[in-house]
Design a protein around this ligand. Structure first.
Ligand SMILES: Nc1nc2c(ncn2[C@@H]2O[C@H](COP(=O)(O)OP(=O)(O)OP(=O)(O)O)[C@@H](O)[C@H]2O)c(=O)[nH]1
Ligand SMILES: [Mg+2]
Length: 708
């Protein structure tokens, strides 16, 4: 293959609901372009883009698979992304480096949950959208109804460009509404151009009107012209389309059947003839500069995917943002500051790759054995200071703890999970010191299963998922006093310290108790949230100033390990107002002990409460499920705040404790037949209900006994 420049490159992300036919469409394209002689099927596990064993086992795509082909002297890079929401990270990676998206829709199902997500993600990333309506060879499809369904869902930007003459077994003809011609497809996928059959003329001109109207909507001059003349010329349509598409102002619709190879060649022709090339787009840098895909510039690359496999090696996938890259070229990793000499560069097609002398700006490629590289890294020439923004993923919906099946393999699990997280930046792995657990934050259940599979197959370590602990907090609700004398006489030097303290809930600027004289205040912002104010009220030197920090240390020790459940304590004010010293036996250790025990005693008298993290949750569901969601929420201690309507979905706003949120993902999926999703954000700490507090304290007592 020759080396292509940006103006002859198209980068397209295939996204859309799982099962809509993206992988089949990709396969059909590769077949039509002559890259493969035999067309594989998802059923036979022999497609180019689903080539990883687990994809065969599951029967759907899990990874974004880049493929390339040539069509009419143009290089087309297709990123076949998985449709399942669990792997949304993969489709966001694909969209990030694609110039535009083709959202594939299953004609039998119309707009599905995954279609909405695909369109929303494209919109969020400002990527133009084309829509391929697939499986038109299936029975009982009403294309007009489907088209209206698309318009209802995504607005008046949706415009028909290539529509079917008939659907079902008879589907072998489409109409190009720009040129008003019929394309008849032979069994080999090639088409001949004919006049529109008389029986389809009326419907075709109705669709053509819709197309012209949608185009006119994007440009005022054209709108006026359309009003005057009742139609637009093909030249007007095409030149307006190119601009409108690039500006995300029009979503052209194409009729296809990936399985039957109908409409594939007409889609590809359209891509080459009318869709913008990589040269027509700009990229943005972290400092908001707009940069052209210019191969004459110095070189910069953006890493969008990493995959390592014993057979394929450690692959880093990139987009050439500026300049060009070839073997031996040394670039600097912007974040790490380290230089890397690139080895051979490839265009990738599933598990195969083609080595190229160089890849030019605007193209996609990969190389092996880049060290210390992460997804979203920018590489550039040494003196070319540039960085591209990191890819952002949706907040993870599942929080779960991971333990090895075999004790002692904790470290292996940890390092393996970190390696997995390098390749899948949509998850977070965190070793929580506080909870003493390895936590995994993931996008969905299927993703968890994949991680388990990877750990077992690639890293040879078996794990189990268990409930994550909740970062509870403890606090008090009323003031209490305690005094504690620490005294030890064991042979030589003894230990002596006596501390009297008052503790109260921390409320800013509240007055001190009447019987104490404040000498000094010390406000500590706690690492785990909340405050501790330490107030000295010592008069007449009953406790030496040098012992005051030791008392605080004792208090702090107990605050790190609360009396009720061993959780962090927060929002407390401590007054040390009296005490006693011994001229010989008093020392810092003794005062620390006294401080700690006085605090513990006072704490249990001060109406102690357990606090739990509460999250703001937005539950996004089709209207039909709102009732079920509302009646389910109270069973999870959820508090409903309100409902927003956004297009066809409704957003139920609620507050929910983290302990319940941890199990919400799968419940929501089952309540909504997988059509619901949610986002969540930490809101605040709130007291747990008394019955939950009792349960938690009992659990803690039992656990402490077990440990002893
Ligand atoms: N009748 C018919 N079936 C199709 C067509 N295209 C795909 N299929 C079938 O639809 C199913 C799903 O196809 P895939 O290509 O795996 O769909 P996908 O969009 O890649 O799915 P994910 O990878 O899960 O996102 C398979 O059984 C295909 O054989 C088509 O044009 N017509
Ligand atoms: Mg697929």
């Amino acid at each position: 293959m020759k080396v292509y420049e940006a103006q002859d490159i198209r980068n397209i992300a295939f996204i859309g609901n799982t099962g809509s036919g993206k992988t089949t469409f990709t396969e059909s394209i590769l077949h039509q372009s002559g890259v493969i002689n035999r067309k594989g099927t998802v059923e036979d596990n022999n497609t180019v883009s689903d080539f990883i064993e687990i994809e065969h086992e599951k029967g759907y795509s899990i990874y974004t698979s880049p493929v390339f082909l040539e069509w009419k002297n143009t290089k087309i890079n297709i990123l076949d992304a998985p449709g399942l929401d669990d792997f949304v990270g993969e489709s966001i990676n694909a969209l990030t480096v694609a110039d535009f998206a083709t959202v594939v829709v299953n004609a039998s199902n119309g707009v599905e949950f995954g279609t909405d997500i695909a369109v929303n993600n494209s919109r969020n990333l400002n990527k133009p959208i084309a829509i391929a309506v697939n499986k038109l060879d299936a029975e009982n499809i009403d294309f007009s109804e489907l088209y209206n369904n698309l318009k209802d869902s995504f607005g008046t930007k949706v415009a028909p460009f290539i529509v079917p003459v008939s659907t079902g077994a008879a589907f072998n003809q489409v109409i190009d509404l720009v040129n008003m011609k019929a394309f008849t497809f032979a069994a080999n996928g090639k088409y001949t151009v004919e006049d529109i059959p008389a029986s389809a003329e009326a419907e075709a001109s109705e669709f053509r009107n819709q197309l012209v109207e949608a185009i006119a909507e994007t440009n005022e001059d054209l709108m006026n012209k359309y009003f005057e003349e009742g139609d637009l010329s093909n030249e007007d349509i095409i030149s307006a389309f190119k601009i409108a598409f690039k500006n995300c102002d029009i979503y052209p619709v194409f009729a296809i059947s990936g399985r039957q190879s109908i409409g594939i060649n007409s889609y590809l022709d359209f891509v080459v003839d009318y869709f913008p090339s990589a040269k027509d787009f700009m990229s943005k840098t972290t400092d908001d500069r707009e940069i052209a895909f210019d191969s004459k510039e110095q070189t910069s690359l953006f890493i969008y995917k990493l995959y390592s496999d014993p057979k394929l090696g450690d692959l880093s996938y990139f987009k050439v943002m500026t300049g060009s890259i070839g073997s031996g070229h040394e670039l600097v990793n912007h974040k790490k500051g380290s230089a890397e000499r690139f080895g051979q560069v490839y265009s990738i097609r599933g598990k195969n790759r083609e080595e190229l002398p160089t890849l030019q700006a605007g193209d996609l490629g990969a190389t092996v054995k880049l060290k210390n590289t992460h997804i979203s890294d920018t590489y550039h020439d040494k003196l070319f200071d540039i960085e591209y923004p990191i890819i952002k993923y949706p907040r993870q919906k599942i929080r779960i703890a991971v333990v090895p099946k075999t004790k002692g393999e904790e470290e292996k699990v940890g390092t393996s999970l970190h390696t997995i997280a390098l390749e899948d930046a949509s998850i977070i792995v965190e070793h929580s010191q506080e909870l003493r657990q390895m936590l995994l934050f993931a996008q969905g259940d299927q993703q968890l299963q994949l991680i388990k599979w990877r750990l077992s197959n690639r890293f040879k370590v078996e794990i189990e998922f268990i409930n994550p602990r909740v970062p509870y907090r403890e606090t008090i609700t009323k003031p209490a006093r305690a005094s504690y004398r620490h005294k030890k006489q064991s042979g030589g030097a003894g230990q002596f310290a006596e501390v009297h303290m008052i503790i109260e809930p921390f409320v800013e600027d509240s007055p001190a108790p009447g019987d104490v004289t404040v000498r000094g205040r010390d406000l500590h912002k706690l690492n785990w949230g909340g405050n501790l104010e330490y107030v000295s009220c010592i008069v007449g030197g009953v406790i030496d100033a040098r012992f005051m920090p030791a008392i605080l240390k004792g208090v702090m020790e107990k605050m790190e390990f609360g009396p009720l459940t061993g959780s962090f304590v927060r929002d407390i004010r401590v007054y040390v107002y009296d005490g006693k010293m011994h001229p010989v036996d008093s020392n810092e250790a003794a005062f620390k002990m006294a401080g700690r025990n006085a605090f513990k005693q006072a704490f249990v008298e001060a109406g102690p409460k357990i606090l739990e993290p509460i999250y703001d949750v937005n539950i996004i569901v089709p209207e039909t499920y709102v009732g079920d969601i509302m009646s389910d929420l109270p069973t999870r201690r959820g508090v409903i705040l309100g409902i927003d309507v956004e297009g066809k979905v409704q957003i139920v706003k609620a507050k929910m404790p983290l302990a319940e949120l941890d199990h919400y993902y799968s419940s929501l999926k089952s309540i909504t037949q997988a059509r619901g999703t949610f986002t969540s954000e930490f809101a605040e700490y709130q007291q747990v209900p008394p019955n939950v507090q009792q349960e938690l304290m009992n659990d803690y007592m039992k656990q402490s006994e077990d440990e002893e």
